[in-house]
Design a protein. Structure first.
Lengths: 163, 742
């Protein structure tokens, strides 16, 4: 069911894939305007040809260590819904900052294994499965679940109340 | 029927009519009884034929046409069962007409057609038994068809409102009645097509009433106009229900309202068939700039040769006889027709002068926004290219000239883009006019409505949001402002009929809307007394006019001794003020006792652009709307006072202004450096915001943040700065809320 075409990218040594239908475009890293009181993994706002969109640092979201941008760092612009997979959820355009974009691959159903159970220490809720491609292993992400709305909302609400 | 035309013209006419009748009977055979538009077209053809027939057997032919018309009405309004019967009557009539007119048969030899009465009674039966109020079938029409239907119908109803008001204030004008008739007719047709039988029946009933008025068999008096107004209102409610709920059955109260209104309509139609009403001539179709001869030829009244002949005779006479006269005297055209054509020509010119309908294209608002985005981006890209050092090094005069050209075009594009979102304020004023009419009837106060500057354009969003506040202020004016006793007005040296004036005009980057009444004016003393009573004003000295009038914007403030149906509950002016401020506008009041009150609402031309001050705080740049900035100061160190070494206050002249250190919140650094303070005012409260540097003051194009993105307190939106980066627009109001204090 999650078979199909994926855009693969790297975060450090790890390879990830995101459904190609969710991807709008890939742009180079550009100057970002920081926003107050947002989760640390929200880098800020960028101007995407006149449209103001928020960008996220996927490294920080996944708890990897912060790394300076290189000339391979990219923003993958995705269109997804913050309410998970609900069909009626409104779509948002977001940028996801990744270390480097690799290629588009076709992942057949037989190459996909269900997400492994790492125990409670690792959150796999936004993992569709693990794709085995030759000697490579690609983590297939459920784009709509990477950034649940509640997470964003709760953080900003806390900021508003607690500060 | 009088007949003043020569034998040649009669022969020509007869030929044309024969062609028409042949075409008509063919159309009847082909007509699909379910297609209401086709039925309506046939109806019109039969009517024209009946009206224009000048030959033999006029009475019989007119009767046959009327019979066909009546049957068509039954077909349009009745149930499917009646449809086939009615269509059979129509084709009988068409056959009969063809036999008499085209084949020159004597009607006496033909089988007699039934009278009007049998169809009439069938139609009456249909209308009493079959108002299908509950739409029987579950409607599931194409949503885009529904949307079109709703939009068109609402436009038609709006139009009818305007026309009805014109009829009410002016002489009976055939064109206006026709316009309203057509509006209901179209709604009926489309509603039938979509299966809204209730709407169809309702529109049909109203259309009948209007038809009678149109033909002059019913005088358009105030009663009929009232009924027509009511019908427009109820139908609008029904259509709005469709807009909100699609094909779902309407609620009972709405259906009840439709039913009772239709009863009123039918009663009015049957009431006093006052034949005294004079028939207004139906004007000929004419475009502005069309010449008299062209109009007559286009309407099929005379042939081109006749005009030529008249023109030649005009030349021969040598005394400059007008064409109209030449047509009548030399070419034997009926004077009545020429007169009608002249009136049509004049009307066409008038309507051209008073802003004839401009050709428009409807565009989805989202597409428009995308276009504006793209233009904004173009402007930024251009300025980045022009600022590139590589370009500066290689500038030649020719290149400078070309760049100038490019610059001019981009600017033009930008202006045009902004103007695309602008719409005239006219629809709002029309609504106000209608409201004045209703309220003045309700309250028994005679009020004239004057609108000025209806052409003034405003951002679409502003126009959409300004309606409710204006309605509220208008109600206030009528209820509190205008004296209920016309004698009192007379004693004060004012006309007995009060006047409410709406005017709009543009001044600089703002648009002003004024609502002025010539009523009794605001009662200073009563307002002040109430303000003291509520503890809004404690000082002994009397406040200024501005301060006094400001009290009426306080929540729950009312000096009204009794709550009326219109207003007086003290709810409202505060909401009005808030609404206007949310549009980044302000409201001023001028009032003179006994002379009246004028409210002036100042609104920005467009919501998409604000005048902003770009400031630097730490490493970030922010935009503060210039509208909320009172002043910018570099105070001496001793002007800053602290409380518990935390809460800071800035002393400015004799005012102590709280300092809101936004740096920690916005930039996450807590540097204590204070050099510049931007002092802002919002809702009467002042605040000082420390900033590091003033960078620029410029027009800022506001960009909404992603809709699904949670709102960020203190930030009202983003904007793209000259270097293409995003700057955040500060929301002074929320920044002042205590949550953000350190």
């Amino acid at each position: 069911m999650s078979a199909g075409k994926y855009l693969t990218f790297q975060l450090g040594k790890e390879a990830y894939g995101i459904g190609i239908m969710k991807v709008q475009e890939i742009v180079g890293v550009m100057p970002v305007t920081r926003m107050p009181k947002l989760p640390h993994f929200v880098r800020g706002l960028v101007n995407l040809r006149g449209k103001v969109i928020p960008v996220f640092d996927l490294r920080l979201k996944f708890g990897l260590e912060r790394r300076d941008d290189t000339d391979r760092t990219c923003i993958i612009v995705v269109r997804l819904s913050l309410d998970g997979n609900r069909v009626d959820a409104a779509a948002v355009t977001l940028g996801i900052i990744v270390d480097e974009v690799s290629e588009v691959v076709n992942v057949p159903a037989e190459a996909i294994e269900p997400p492994p159970a790492f125990g409670s220490s690792v959150d796999v809720s936004f993992l569709l499965g693990v794709g085995k491609l030759g000697n490579k292993v690609v983590m297939l992400l459920d784009a709509d679940r990477i950034l649940p709305r509640e997470e964003l909302q709760s953080v900003t609400m806390e900021a508003a109340v607690a500060a | 029927m009088e007949n003043g035309s020569g034998p040649l013209a009669v022969a020509f006419m007869a030929d044309r009519v024969r062609e028409k009748v042949a075409a008509l009977s063919e159309a009847v055979v082909l007509a699909d009884g379910g297609d209401l538009r086709a039925l309506a077209a046939l109806h019109l053809e039969f009517r024209e034929l009946g009206e224009s027939w000048r030959g033999d057997f006029a009475a019989d032919i007119i009767a046959a046409c009327q019979r066909a018309e009546s049957a068509l009405d039954t077909a349009a309004a009745g149930s499917p069962g009646e449809l086939s019967g009615a269509m059979r009557v129509v084709s009988e009539c068409a056959g009969w007409l063809q036999a008499v007119i085209c084949d020159d048969r004597d009607p006496r030899e033909l089988p007699a057609l039934g009278g009007l009465s049998d169809i009439g009674s069938a139609a009456a039966e249909a209308s009493s038994s079959g108002h299908a109020w509950e739409e029987k079938d579950v409607l599931d029409p194409d949503p885009s068809l529904l949307a079109d239907f709703v939009r068109e119908s609402l436009e038609h109803l709006e139009n009818s409102d305007v026309l009805l008001m014109a009829l009410e204030s002016g002489p009976a004008d055939g064109e206006s009645v026709n316009g309203i008739f057509r509006a209901f007719h179209t709604i009926k047709g489309v509603a039938g097509f979509l299966g809204f039988q209730g709407i169809q029946a309702f529109a049909h009933g109203t259309e009948n009433l209007l038809d009678m008025a149109r033909q002059g068999s019913l005088a358009l008096d105030a009663r009929i106009l009232d009924v027509a107004f009511a019908a427009v209102d109820v139908l609008r409610r029904r259509i709005q229900w469709v807009a909100a709920h699609g094909g779902a059955a309407a609620p009972d109260d709405l259906i009840g309202a439709m039913r009772s209104t239709l009863e009123r309509v039918e009663a009015a139609a049957q009431g006093k068939p006052d034949i005294a009403g004079q028939e207004a001539p139906v004007l000929l179709p004419a475009e502005p700039g069309m010449r008299l001869g062209e109009i007559l030829v286009a309407a099929g009244k005379i042939s081109a040769e006749t005009v030529d002949r008249a023109l030649r005779s005009q030349g021969q006479s040598g005394e400059g006889m007008p064409l109209g006269e030449a047509l009548v005297r030399r070419a034997g055209v009926p004077a009545k027709e020429v007169g009608l054509a002249l009136a049509s020509q004049k009307k066409a010119l008038e309507s051209a002068a008073t802003g004839a309908l401009k050709e428009t294209v409807k565009v989805e608002a989202a597409r428009l926004d995308r276009l504006l985005d793209a233009i904004g981006e173009l402007v930024i890209a251009e300025s980045m290219v022009l600022g590139a050092p590589e370009l500066k090094r290689s500038l030649s005069p020719a290149l400078v000239q070309k760049i100038g050209q490019l610059d001019k075009i981009t600017r033009e594009l930008q202006e045009m883009g902004t103007s695309l979102r602008m719409v005239p304020i006219r629809p709002i004023f029309q609504k106000m006019q209608r409201l004045v009419r209703d309220l003045s009837k309700q309250s028994g106060k005679a009020v004239d409505f004057v609108a000025e500057g209806e052409e003034t354009e405003l951002d679409k969003t502003v126009v959409e949001k300004i309606g409710d506040p204006l309605v509220h202020m208008l109600r206030n004016s009528l209820d509190h402002g205008i004296e209920s006793d016309p004698d009192a007005r007379e004693r004060a040296g004012k006309p007995r009929t009060a006047k409410v004036r709406f005017s709009a005009f543009q001044k600089g980057g703002s648009v002003c809307i004024e609502i002025a009444d010539d009523g009794r004016g605001l009662d200073r003393d009563a307002i002040l007394a109430k303000a003291r009573e509520r503890g809004l004003w404690r000082e002994e000295t009397a406040p200024s006019d501005k301060e006094i009038f400001g009290f009426i914007f306080e929540a729950g403030f009312s000096t009204a001794k009794q709550v009326t149906e219109l207003s007086g509950r003290g709810v409202g002016m505060d909401v009005v003020k808030r609404n206007i401020e949310s549009l980044r506008g302000r409201i001023d009041i001028q009032s003179r006792p006994g002379q009246g009150t004028t409210f002036s609402i100042w609104l920005p031309l467009t919501l998409a652009i604000i005048d902003g001050m770009v400031v630097r705080v730490g490493k970030e740049r922010f935009i503060i709307p210039t509208l909320s900035i009172v002043r910018i100061v570099t105070p001496a160190a001793e002007a800053i006072h602290t409380f518990q070494d935390k809460g800071e206050m800035l002393r400015l002249q004799d005012e102590l202004i709280p300092v809101y250190p936004m740096r920690g919140y916005l930039c996450g650094d807590d540097s204590k450096e204070r050099r510049l303070f931007v002092v802002t005012e919002s809702e009467g409260r002042k605040a000082a915001f420390p900033v590091d540097e003033l960078l620029d003051q410029q027009q800022i194009v506001i960009k909404k943040l992603e809709e699904e993105f949670p709102p960020i307190p203190g930030i009202s939106g983003g904007a793209i700065l000259a270097d293409g980066r995003v700057g955040l627009i500060l929301d002074v109001d929320t920044l002042m809320k205590s949550e953000f204090q350190p």
